[in-house]
Design a protein around this ligand. Sequence first.
Ligand SMILES: *Cc1c(COP(=O)(O)O)cnc(C)c1O
Length: 459
Amino acid sequence: MDNVTDHHENRLDRTGRRDDAVRAAVEQGWLGPDTPIVGLLDVTGIRESAAELRAAFDAVVAPGTPVLHAFAVKATPLVPVLRLLRDEGIGAEVASPGELALARAAGLSPARTVLDSPAKTPAELREALALGIAVNADNPQELDRIDGLMRSAISRSPIGIRVNPQVGGGSIEATSTATATSKFGVALRDEGAREWVVRAYAVRPWLTRLHAHTGSQGIPLELMAQGTAELFALAEEINRRLGRPQIDTIDIGGGLPVNFGSDATTPTYAQYARVLREAVPGLFDGRYGLVTEFGRSLLAKHGTVVARVEYAKSAGGRPVAVTHAGVQVATRTVYVPQSWPLRIAAYDGKGRPKEGPEVVQDVAGPACFAGDLLAEGRALPLLEQGDHAAALDTGAYYFAHHYAYNSLARPGIYGFTPDGAGGVAFATVREPQSLDEIVAESGGAHASALTTLRTPGRP
Ligand SMILES: *Cc1c(COP(=O)(O)O)cnc(C)c1O
């Protein structure tokens, strides 16, 4: 375990930076009556997490081992975030043409980009191989397509196969990728699958990687390590049976869970690296290069959604704060609250932490359905009109994953750092979406498309 003082100081720094940023966002007018919701990103915190990730694996690998930490772009698909991570030595794991475009816009080189996804089209594969991006084939049909492309052109792309070690799920079904019937990868324990994989490598000398992602939020570290142990054992078996070290790189995926219960980072990358070294010592002895694909654990704790309380009311005796943050920025939390609870922090109208006795209340969003609640029956200082509610730990899979219910606008996102003079400096990461953009994305250019499409024989 990391020592308690570390956690404590970490928490205080992080909490203090966030409190300063919320107050400064109100003072500087980023957040106000006309812009009642913003996303804030703690640049200092993101850099710290990236450095912790690098240090954790540097501490366990043999000197000289090539290690690529590829950030899972789906966690926070924002170009300035990818550029910041690039600056910290972190690459990109992409899973769609859109994510690849974002990584390229951020300046990620093909050598630091990995393409995984269960539904790659021939065009996507062709582009990835032409660029020299690493590709993990999900299934035999995809490998067939890659065979065809490899026959017609020379590619520098390192290529691997994704396997599903089928070690089981965690506490959240939807993010468990290593169940018996998961849609991802080659299901390794199915009849004949292991033999098929070995044979696939035997006849393709250019297959040099092996990949698994054992799951995201809700998977215990021991289960993640077990998935990696299965992966390593397979790589060893293939190389042994082929009589050559053909697999030279193992991609262990991401999935480190995030603590949504406090400001502490737990578990840490260092803990996970130690669990892995215990469970799979051979993985780090220098014979294999390593790729990791962490997403949530790099960004979650560094993002905050802050929303104004538009109205404070009461229903059936329960206080309800009607805010501007709901299902559009916290979709999973609103639809599956028991799996994705979020901490809410109360700030006053000036953006200062709100004091006062805790009152059980609902924190509601702006969408027009009854279940649009960020938190239900939560004990907090009473939120009043003009106060602010902050949804914490929302830097990954939240405000960058807008859900267009009620045509609610995507909020602006701003990165912040201390300005060195006691204040806070902000930078725009993403502009708030304008009404013109909403109309354009909603068929505005085709307003008469349906009225001019006449059914024959009708007036
Ligand atoms: C989602 C995903 C990741 C990242 O998972 P996190 O839980 O965000 O770390 C990594 N690799 C693959 C293949 C994924 O699908």
